[in-house]
Design a protein around this ligand. Sequence first.
Ligand code: SF4
Length: 689
Amino acid sequence: MEIKYVTTTCPYCGAGCTFNLVVKDGKISGVQPCQRGPVNEGKLCPKGIFGWEFIVSEDRLKTPLIKDKATGEFKPATWDEALAVIAENFKKYSPEEIAVITSARCCNEDNYAMQKFARVVLKTPNVDHCARLCHAPTVAGLNMVFGSGASTNSFNDLAIADCVFIIGSNNFEAHPLAGRRIMQAKEKGAHIIVCDPRVTPTAKQAHLHIQHFPGTDIQLLNCLMKQIIERGWVDEEFVKNRTNGYEELKACVTQDKYSIENTSAVCGVPAEKIEQALEWLHECQHKTAFVHCLGITQHTVGVDNVRSIAFVQTLLGNIGKPGCGVNALRGQNNVQGSCDMGALPNVYAGYLKVTDPEAAKKVAAYWGVDEVPNGKLGLHIPEMLETFEEHPDKLKCLYLMGENPVMSDPNSKGVEKAMENCEFLVVQDIFETETTKYADVVLPGSCYAEEDGTQTNAERRVQRFRKAADAPGESKLDWEIMKMIAEKMGYGQYFPWETTEDVFNEMRGITPQYAGITYAKLEGDGIQWPCPTEDHPGTPILHIDKFAGMPDGKAKLEAIEHRAPAEVIDNDYPIWLTTGATIWHWPSGSMTRRCEQLDRDAPTAWLEMNPADAAKYNIADGEKVILYSRRGEVAVNTRVTPLIKEGVFFMPFHFTEARANLVTNTAYDPVSRTPEFKVCAVNVKKMEA
Ligand code: SF4
């Protein structure tokens, strides 16, 4: 028997842990720790250890499938047949009638290839990916304040902080190896503060848990800023030399409504807890790191939530220093990289703006085409789905890679209608999913274990995937599939790549942050961008001397008022619902639910409710109930627990048999267009009713 160990990067969360895939006689059979992993130092969470089993699942797609229009059944097809159908149909639509959705699960090279395919072959501006559902508010918010949408610091900075202020992040479950860095800080005496409506495993580790109502983050953050200003704790030097807009911010946050007393009432938090948080922020000034995740971003005020966090850290002078910063724990493994690659409707690779004529000319010249879509923004995912649902005469065709919107987007019934309305749908994936059943053609792609490539984690660390085994059957690498379609449509000359490294090298020529990164340089611990030249070591901390992405090098402070969520509780829907992830599964469950151990540990969904609410509705622990909202309803078993605040329910979103997104709200942030998954109004009834 031949055994080999292939070092690669975890395909789940944005921590970016390194491990070895164990390959026996060409077949992947397990995972072993890799002590050299810069993030995880040989440790892994359950998804890292057990989450490999989907790779060898019998369910893997192995050939292209074409839907028989007469029967509605899929039939296996050759690549030639599938490409012919796709090319013929793609040519029918104008650029405005086509959209492309790519995936943060896929490597940088696949995302670069997909946005190039959209812009060069389909000539459409409508390209987006699943960062829209998670951290688009981080990108937009931090970009507005600091001129760069990326996390400012590294995971190592969490370990050396004297205070870690976690808000809207259950990192013990969603990013456990980033959470480990925070526990390292705790062991050496740091204060750990967690703001979360639930008593999560992360909150249980904290010295202080602020259990505020969903949707009240800005109220809380403005309250902290009011006190920081009025108690004279502002880093005057930093604010004077490195920011604009302080007076405007000050006038806003010092209003009476942001007093501790009023904030205590609005957020449902004892005043003493706010006082304690303030004391530690002051005690640990210049050594406090803020950490946030989807609890901050998945709101109609997601961008403003992120900006408010950035403002607190700016007032305290906690930017550009070790042990500080605004640290966004990116959801999917390659959310950072997919944004960097320009898989977005507002920017090309390297964040060149589509509204900047010079940027458009530069990209067109680099690719050797007359022009690329420019001038106006393409459609974001929620706008795509809305248009398919309500105006199918305007948007008719969708090319989707590695995404499962029927499971992962809010208001599943609306998404199903959108997919039904789509005139021609191509889905490229590794499994049949809830979305592939609406497709006209399904293409078998590859997973992280079957390709060489790169991904970029939440601390901007570019890391390698390495091929451990062949993809099953007739499956192909994702960028190879795009190249084949391009060739079939007469655009082959723009996709000259022979290897994944060729794609990377083309990409870094137009992406300044990656310009100095090569596959050879990635053989060690990876490189944190920006890395402008091949002799540059990378950049662990951003904004040390100035905010280079801002026109005058200064951070932009502004007035932001607290605003209620898009949907608030009332007599008909008197309970707040918040949704989230578990340690066992990853978003739509298409990979983790095919891993025996993970599925055994968390086999289905549950609805978390406080004993007081359970008593009010006469509901027992474990009883199956109907949870309903203005969008729909879902049957789910209860879990009655004091770990959730009274008046708030929680439901995980990974389970197709009990889809949380049947009830969630499609309302989205006006800037980032990220839906408000984290809060909507619901009610509950007993099954027999
Ligand atoms: Fe994978 Fe994230 Fe777990 Fe690390 S913490 S093993 S990257 S899921």
